[in-house]
Structure formats: C-alpha cells, structure tokens
Design a protein around this ligand. Structure first.
Ligand SMILES: [Zn+2]
Length: 135
C-alpha cells in the first residue's frame, strides 16, 4: 500500500518478504519494474506505481564477503553481501550465508530469493541447469 502521495515505506517492503513470503516491487505504466520503493518511476517520472510481486530470480551484479558483520548478522559471518539484478528489472541488495569465500561466487551467477525467518533479503544459488532441465 502507498500513502496518499504514492510513497511506500521500508517497513512495508520488509513486511512483504519477511511475513508474506513475497518480494515486492513496483511497476510503472511505462513497463519499468523496480525493487526499490520511490516516489516516482526513475524512467518516465510517473507517480502511480503499482505493486508487483517479483520472482526473486536474478544475477549477481556485485558482491563482497563480509567477515566483520553488523550485530544483526554476527552469528552468520562470513557471508556474501550481494547486489542482484532481478529478472523483471531493478536491483536489490541482499546476502548469501551459503557463500563463505569469494571463490564460491561469481559475477553473473544465477541466484534466487529465499523466503526465510532470517533478517535481510536472503539469496541462494539457482540450481545448476542440469537440475532444472533434467538433462
Ligand atoms: Zn515509468
């Protein structure tokens, strides 16, 4: 839900993936999709962004391995902090507890969002192509 001026709050966004099991995004009338809440579409400037549920699939655009985490992630380090380009468009940051060393992840790697009780936007690797196609 947006307020009267079209704003979406970070609390609503977190509620989506933490309690509703879905990753919220916003779709503009021009077709642009973003995972980042905002007042207006960054492409066409329209203010009437409609909520959209994103698949959570994407590719790693950037990452780093955190060895000295914030308090909330103290028991999880080391883990990868990732920036993911989502399939539908838009970019979102998250983390991957399954990655503990830089050699274990590559730029462009296929990942998917993993609904979880853990804080933050959690990602895991997509299964390799052989697992998906049965080939
Ligand atoms: Zn637009």
């Amino acid at each position: 839900m947006a307020d009267a001026e079209g704003r979406h709050s970070i609390a609503e966004f977190r509620h989506g993936y933490e309690e509703e099991g879905r990753l919220r995004g916003f779709r503009s009338g021009c077709g642009f999709v973003t995972a980042t809440w905002g007042l207006r579409c960054p492409r066409c400037g329209a203010a009437d962004l409609a909520e959209a549920t994103l698949s959570g699939r994407g590719r790693v655009a950037a990452f780093t391995v955190q060895n000295v985490p914030s308090d909330e992630f103290l028991n999880e380090a080391p883990y990868a902090y990732v920036v993911v380009d989502l399939e539908e468009g838009g970019r979102i940051s998250g983390w991957m507890p399954s990655v503990r060393r830089p050699e274990e992840l590559a730029l462009g790697a296929a990942v998917r969002w993993l609904p979880s009780y853990k804080p933050g936007v959690l990602f895991e690797r997509e299964p390799p192509p052989a697992e998906r196609t049965g080939a």
